[in-house]
Design a protein around this ligand. Sequence first.
Ligand code: IVH
Length: 663
Amino acid sequence: MSNKERILFLRNELAEHNHSYYVLDTPLISDFEFDKLLAELQQLEDVSADLFDSNSPTQRVGGAVLDGFTAIKHNYRMLSLGNTYSDEDLHDFDARLRKLSDQDFEYVCELKYDGVSISLTYENGQLTQALTRGDGTQGDDVTANVRTIKSIPLKLKGDYPDNFVIRGEVFLPIIGLVQMNKQREKEGLEQYANPRNTASGSLKLLDAKEVAKRPLDCYLYYLLGESLPSTNHYNNLQKAKDWGFKISIEIEKHKTISDVLNFINKWDKKRQDLPYEIDGIVIKVNDIDLQQEMGFTAKSPRWAISYKFKAEQVSTILQEITYQVGRTGAITPIANLYPVQLAGTTVRRASLHNADQIAKLDIREGDKVFVEKGGEVIPKVVAVELKDRNVFSQHTAYIQHCPSCATELVRRDGDAKHYCPNPETCPAQIAGKFGHFISRKAMNIDGLGRETIELLIAEGLISEISDLYHLKKEELLPLERMAEKSAKNLLLGLEESKKIPFERVLYALGIRHVGETVARTLAKHFKTIEEIISADIVMLIAVDEIGEKIAESVVLYFSQQQNRDLIFNLETAGLQFSSSIEDASVSEILKGMKIVVSGVFSQFSRVEFKKMIEEHGGKNVSSISKNITFVLSGDNMGPSKHQKAIDLGIPFVDEEEFLAKIS
Ligand code: IVH
């Protein structure tokens, strides 16, 4: 056997043993034997540099230390899931979906692993890229770190598609955390608080050799690609298991929500016995075409949801109720608590949501209350211990006036919150708007913080956002704690912010319901602020992922003269109000069309065709459904896709015809 043959043999052999040990949990040889084979492979590779393979089992130990991670665009956006917390929420989810579909369907129930999500790309059976979620559009390239996770196959077996993405959760088994903490104790280091944070911190280490020492694991739960083996999610996962992925055995298909609830209740009890942490159950529609039809909102798929288990609770004393005024004028009552430990952090404050919530639970100052940490970062008060209540305690009288500007509060129909109706002069709202505008994800203005904003407002130097861009050094210098250098920094930060792209300026305006993602969608679609201002509700709703609530809020915002004045002033100051997002739109010839690209082409690649579709206003869709306008079909199109298109009467267009159409 030549060196080359032996190397290839050993790589295969070791990959098999890795799979048996880390995925199937049934080692076939001892650790000693494994190490011996690995050492032999390493020796042979050392003298055969030309046979280097980044997916060789020897590469699982990590290589060079990185300077940082590169951000890379996801091929498919990486969304999160909507959360539900009760049976009722879940029935609502089911009712929504039944309305969207005229056919019967089934759900797939899975455990919701509490770790960090990861997106893996495989080309020709080789792991080529691993990205973190990042902002959902682009993530960090953590491939080197992921190669060290033994249960993730570097090379696949069997009959896998040439090119696909598989997503899953990297997690640290509980025993792994215990072992790591034991070691850290010996070394006099601080203990890691919980498996999830440790897993996510580990993936972000710049030295893969360090990552390799951590016993990370990974379950995969979602496949994406052009030529997946099946048109249902469950079967795809079973296939992925054959290719070498670690797929949970605790996955079940159910036809009704009551069966789904049984699955949930079973795991709520059994989860303590699992060797890793889960924080809920994920429920997905099994049929992929149906998933496609149900579609997505801006943040999450409509066809899947997570059910979160009840979070950890503690009791403590509610010392005082205070009120916060947000940038939109919304009032949030805050419970100031006797400090208490909850899920690894000290809790001093919790949200009380609104007046109804306080009334419903009859929450009073001095009460012993139960506090819970749900999916949100801010804990909430969920119940009161009535039997411990002081007999002299007083009902909570909700405030009637704004704690910041004393204006009488209003409560609009259908809104649970009270609002301060004085956006023009309420100091809290003004400070809140400025705070949002300068924040990192918005204009990210260096040298300007919340305190300085408050000072500038108090000194009468700024009252609306565009005033920031007229600040002068001479005005700043007399201010407290404002030295030459900090004044210069602030002005420089403002100047730099003029380069911030339109989508972030749009987000920075703080329009209700226009978060980062929605701002990006609007900027990409309408391209200029003028177009957005003149769009009506119908035009807004026509944009993918924009619903009625967002559309109404956008229209309302721009209908107000003071907001249009603000835009004018900011535009005059030099801020970006037109889009630079890969605006490569060439024509609108395919506008409104949903197109599936499938098969192998001779003149351009699939990716290039997809780009052309976007450039000409069309939308790429990955699987066949009745909504598809046509299939751009090449050679060797997958037989099931082909048949389905025929069954649904969807026209086929070949590459010649397509190119003629768009030219
Ligand atoms: S599916 C489009 N399945 O939960 C569907 N997610 O809160 C994408 N997660 O971002 C996700 N277990 O990090 C899915 N069995 C499971 C999951 C799961 C854990 C995580 C994942 C996701 C988050 C959403």
